[in-house]
Design a protein. Structure first.
Length: 73
């Protein structure tokens, strides 16, 4: 009877361990996916900041030219 109880308990522990391993694999894969997505978003943000800076520079240059034209007239 004791051996049967131990066998049942051992089987339960094996099942829990299998579940933990599956959960670990899912979390590991999700973490990897999130890191890839984060890297992509960081690159995209850098590109957008660069475009914004370029646009700001161009707008400021246009404003300066318009002011110069206004003062020259």
């Amino acid at each position: 009877m004791i051996q049967l109880d131990q066998s049942v308990e051992l089987k339960g522990l094996e099942n829990k361990l299998d579940q933990l391993i599956e959960q670990y694999d899912r979390v590991k894969n999700e973490n990897s996916s999130l890191k890839t997505k984060q890297d992509s978003l960081v690159r995209e943000k850098a590109k957008l900041l660069e475009k914004t800076t370029l646009a700001r520079t161009r707008v400021e240059a246009m404003i300066s030219r318009l002011k110069a034209m206004e003062n020259g007239s």
